[in-house]
Design a protein around this ligand. Structure first.
Ligand code: PRX
Length: 657
């Protein structure tokens, strides 16, 4: 925390701000700064007004019920259908011919899908789900590449009042199975495979492995629906597995959407916490759709008639749920979705897509921006990016160098950049500039959205003075807040509310500057942020010790130029073990973690050491290991039980290098 702090403080251009241009301000959706004040006076009235822009089958009369904190109910007596809000109402308003998605497959195949077509496909899929016995409250796991059927599946699940649990396609069979078991999913929707880095990456075989594993839990899955995409060879289990394209034939596009309670769960999304077991974050319907659509319209200044919005996130993450699926579709936006990676077939791919579809609003992560910076500005310079008028960043603090490069090279030197801070748990943007109002400060997410109350507090929960650092908290419930952790109300209370009682503890360190703007300093817990993805040190440590040769392990998130943080593991091997050299051990253990959790968790380095640094009470001193992993001077080792252990570790690492 302190290190990042000093980088920000010492940045020579920290004082420079970028107010909106007159031209931008003149056309912006939000131009009256009194919105902050009005929303703060009566947040419930503000959110109720936003919620009324949705279509309710039964209008709500209550706004917030906080009588049983921390369990919130928003718009509790209202009913709506989330999918119909994203689809049917636009068609009914005569917008059926508007493009919902320009889909670009990695091999170069494309599909253009209008709102009318998307509505038709979702209705058919909803009929198919219903006939497979999926109804209100049932859980459906979705394990897919980023193709239109993934979004159709999510919306069809929502349409019948069921609950989706999208599992990112890069997760392993073990991770998939534990999520299926935790949610007791009845149905899995997958594809044979998807395209990644120029080849087919199989998915269905991983589903087969997940479902055949003996986990001790009774298998809840009745059917597996398989979308044909990669055309890779796959096995079929008779009676259980069904081809999507064969099944769907039987269903037409007649389907009347029923209204469900505003608090009907919409989805579960698993995210890493401080313990090994991922948390199933539960989001519900009315409040979630209200805040995702409001922030999508305001923060990105969306003009649905003319904008082409592209959020590069996979729908396996919260960013994809909120700003590829629900927010943009509720607003009737036209979007681009791309299946593959930015470097396939070369680093010009994203910019080629921007040029091809005339993307006007581009939302991505700092890690991707830094990767593009490394490749060099000559690559984007070959494309016409002049359609871009607004940029967004999410996932980790954006360093000022990356901010300036993004604005200059991708944003034509003019596009405002929205640095949006939020989390899987918050469901939607919480802290971000507004493009027509805020004088931007590179590296700072700046201020809370209208209707959202946040503060930076000390350990006692008291607000810190401007210029000081502390912990970020949310002071009042907000519409798109998580409602609980699936099946574990107590963990929900303990993780987010126990620390301060009446305030939501986000787990992020933050500094308040003299203007009251917020600068994020990284996580204060054992959660790492690698390429904008959350990983738990404990989860990777548990995976490592499950390997037969490993006695003990400690994992740290070390600063990394491109990925923000990188996973670095320190491992003590058992004396009787089969791995011969340290090189073999490193390769095998990196592979082991990838197979256990998923490729995103693969350590950048695994160091084999004789011993781990521990305090006298036996606590591993990860802080010291982090310094070693970052090649820094190792700090105070006084509290170690054996003060020599750090120099031994450093010697061992030097010998290896
Ligand atoms: O540490 C913060 C960081 O990402 C965490 C949330 O991760 P996740 O739930 O995976 O959601 C990521 C996408 C919303 C936060 O606790 N984070 C996210 N956005 C920012 C950020 N840190 C600083 N600035 C941001 N803009």
């Amino acid at each position: 925390m302190t290190d990042q702090h000093s980088t920000i403080e010492s940045h020579p251009l920290q004082g420079q701000t970028y107010p909106p241009s007159d031209a931008f301000r003149a056309q912006a959706n939000v131009t009256d700064s009194s919105v902050y004040w009005r929303a703060a006076q009566d947040p419930e009235a503000y959110w109720a007004e936003q919620a009324r822009s949705l279509t309710w089958t039964q209008p709500f009369t209550e706004v917030l019920d906080w009588s049983n904190p921390p369990f919130a109910r928003w718009f509790g007596d209202g009913k709506l259908n989330v999918a119909a809000n994203c689809l049917d109402r636009h068609v009914a308003a005569g917008l059926g011919d508007r493009v919902a998605f320009h889909f670009e497959g990695e091999p170069g195949d494309t599909r253009t899908i209008t709102y009318a077509e998307l509505t038709y496909e979702v209705k058919r899929a909803a009929n198919m789900l219903a006939s497979l016995g999926i109804g209100q409250g049932d859980r459906v796991a979705i394990y897919m590449p980023l193709i239109p059927e993934t979004i159709i599946s999510m919306l069809a699940v929502a349409r019948v009042g069921a609950i989706h649990s999208v599992v990112f396609g890069g997760f392993s069979a073990d991770s998939l199975r534990s999520r299926i078991d935790d949610a007791e999913a009845k149905l899995v929707i997958t594809a044979d495979g998807g395209f990644r880095k120029g080849r087919v990456s199989p998915l269905k075989p991983t589903v087969d492995d997940a479902l055949s594993a003996d986990t001790g839990a009774e298998l809840s899955v009745e059917h597996v629906l398989v979308v044909q995409r990669g055309e890779n060879e796959i096995d079929f289990v008779e009676g259980r597995d069904l081809w999507w394209h064969e099944e769907i034939q039987a269903y037409d596009g007649e389907h009347t959407a029923e209204g469900f309670d505003a608090e009907n769960p919409l989805f579960i999304l698993y995210t890493s916490g401080t313990t090994g077991k991922p948390k199933g974050i539960v989001h519900t319907s009315g409040g979630y759709l209200t805040q995702t659509s409001t922030t999508h319209r305001n923060v990105f200044d969306l003009k649905p008639e003319t904008d082409v919005f592209w959020c590069t996130a996979d729908v396996g993450w919260i960013t994809g749920h909120s700003y590829v699926v629900y927010g943009p579709l509720a607003n009737g936006a036209t979007q681009v979705i791309y299946e593959g990676t930015p470097e396939t077939p070369n680093w010009g791919r994203w910019w080629d897509i921007v040029q091809k579809y005339g993307v006007t609003i581009f939302y991505t992560a700092p890690t991707a921006i830094r990767a593009c910076m490394k490749v060099g500005r000559q690559v984007p310079a070959e494309y016409d990016l002049s359609s871009i008028r607004l940029l967004g960043s999410v996932g980790e603090p954006i360093n000022p160098e990356a901010w300036r490069w993004f604005r200059e090279v991708i944003g034509g030197g003019e596009a405002p950049i929205m640095d949006t801070w939020w989390q899987t748990e918050t469901g939607a943007h919480m802290i971000s500039p507004l493009p027509g109002l805020t004088a931007l400060k590179p590296g700072s997410a700046q201020i809370a959205q209208p209707g959202i109350a946040v503060s930076v507090v000390n350990e006692e929960g008291e607000r810190v003075e401007p210029g000081q650092s502390g912990l970020l908290v949310v002071e009042q419930p907000w519409p798109s807040m998580l409602r609980t952790i699936w099946g574990d109300d107590q963990r929900y209370i303990d993780t987010y509310w126990a620390k301060f009682g009446d305030k939501y503890f986000a787990g992020d360190g933050a500094r308040l500057d003299d203007d009251g703007d917020i600068w994020f300093l990284g996580r204060v817990d054992d959660v790492m942020n690698v390429s904008g993805h959350r990983l738990s040190t404990t989860e990777i440590e548990s995976a490592l010790v499950e390997h037969h040769a490993v006695a003990e392990s400690a994992v740290v998130g070390a600063d990394d130029e491109t990925t923000g943080q990188a996973v670095v593991a320190f491992v003590v091997l058992k004396s009787q073990q089969s791995i011969v050299t340290a090189d073999d051990a490193e390769a095998e253990l990196r592979k082991h973690v990838a197979a256990h959790i998923g490729a995103i968790a693969r350590p950048r380095q695994v160091f084999i050491v004789n011993e781990l640094p521990k305090t006298r009470s036996g606590k591993i001193m990860r802080r010291l290991l982090k310094q070693v992993a970052e090649g820094k001077e190792v700090g105070d080792t006084q509290t170690l039980a054996d003060t020599a252990v750090m120099s031994t570790i450093q010697d061992q690492i030097r010998t290896r290098a």
